[in-house]
Design a protein around this ligand. Sequence first.
Ligand SMILES: *[C@@H]1O[C@H](CO)[C@@H](O)[C@H](O)[C@H]1NC(C)=O
Ligand SMILES: *[C@@H]1O[C@H](CO)[C@@H](O)[C@H](O)[C@H]1NC(C)=O
Ligand SMILES: *[C@@H]1O[C@H](CO)[C@@H](O)[C@H](O)[C@H]1NC(C)=O
Ligand SMILES: *[C@@H]1O[C@H](CO)[C@@H](O)[C@H](O)[C@H]1NC(C)=O
Length: 388
Amino acid sequence: MQISISFLISTLIASLEAQKYMINCFYGSWASKTLKPQLLPQGINPNLCTHITYAFFELTGSGRVNRHEHEYATLAAFSKLKSNKGKPKLIAAIGGPSVKAEQFTAIAADEEARTQLVTSVAMLLRDYSFDGADLHWYFPGRRFHNEDKENFVTLLRDLKAELNENGFISGVTVSGEVEYAARWYNVSQISPNVDFINVMAYNYTSSIFPVFHAPLFGETSHVEASMNFWIAHGAPAGKLNLGVALIGRSFKIKILKPELRTTTSGPLEKTTMAPVKETTMAPVKKTTLAPNVTTTPFPRFNTFTQMCIRGKNKSAHYHYIPRVETAFMIEGNVLTGFENDQSLGAKMGFVKKHSLGGVMIWSLENEDFLGRCGLKFRILRLINTLLK
Ligand SMILES: *[C@@H]1O[C@H](CO)[C@@H](O)[C@H](O)[C@H]1NC(C)=O
Ligand SMILES: *[C@@H]1O[C@H](CO)[C@@H](O)[C@H](O)[C@H]1NC(C)=O
Ligand SMILES: *[C@@H]1O[C@H](CO)[C@@H](O)[C@H](O)[C@H]1NC(C)=O
Ligand SMILES: *[C@@H]1O[C@H](CO)[C@@H](O)[C@H](O)[C@H]1NC(C)=O
């Protein structure tokens, strides 16, 4: 009796806690090697993600998945993140920045290489208890091979056929840049040939003023435009994951609007990224995001933890622009855009409003995984709560 009651209660709790949105957390395997402090798979809290994606598996010229001996231990530890109830689901990201666009062009165009790719991906998934794969071709058409557009679809079709047949899911990760997507992604053909689509709605570089890397709204590249592109072209909203990057992106500012210097927003309170108050900053004009800000062209990237630690410095000032739902920090002449509670609240609201599939989180090693600024994985906890 005792057992069945506690079983009932735990089942009830489990069902109450069930997350209906996909929370697809990426794990950069370099976090187990070169990153300091390192993040091993054992250090990941698997309860905060419905899916965890291992990035990246590169490919040989003939299309086979590369396996490195030095990664076997990490992979074995990674596969243990899955409970005996099969949660979270584990995904293998295939491709990434180290696989040249030319290489994908050649593989996608060649039937034999495509077959080699899909069979070796299926074998990889079986060997390490993965539940699916996610194709990262950065990016079709990069070298203006017109045939990439169609071959991309063919490759996705072959991959999904092979993986679904073997009980695996098959997804894709795509650029968030709308102009690029309009030229190179055939949405109506891609959508039925994948189980999910991660849209990298961050790290925008095509803006005239690349100051904020992932504003939800605005005149330049922004998250709403990226997601709406896929929805408007017929992708089922339930397959779309909104990409959220837990990075701060910094630019040196040459000319700063006087309002930004004289704002009254103080340094970060306490030690967390707790809600940042709206600033008394003068309203941003409608036509441009930052008319009087010029930045150096090469951005610097910061992990969330670095941001949070630097935020304790009295000379760091936080700002929030509700109109574009973006947070940023000013330190001297450095401006860093980042996600805070408020911007994430707005983005998760967007996910719910449009009944998207969920979110893609880039990435676990950018989180505060040691709890140096408060709760461990505080941002992921927040995202889980916001998506309830
Ligand atoms: C997508 O592909 C289909 C089939 O090849 C084609 O008819 C259609 O015009 C393509 N659409 C775009 C936007 O490229
Ligand atoms: C952002 O884009 C730059 C190139 O502009 C690239 O080097 C970097 O890896 C990207 N970062 C993420 C998190 O995608
Ligand atoms: C920046 O704005 C100030 C006043 O807001 C103006 O005096 C100055 O000329 C502007 N600088 C540039 C480069 O537009
Ligand atoms: C605080 O910020 C100032 C100005 O940006 C910088 O010079 C100083 O080194 C920072 N202090 C710490 C402890 O990071």
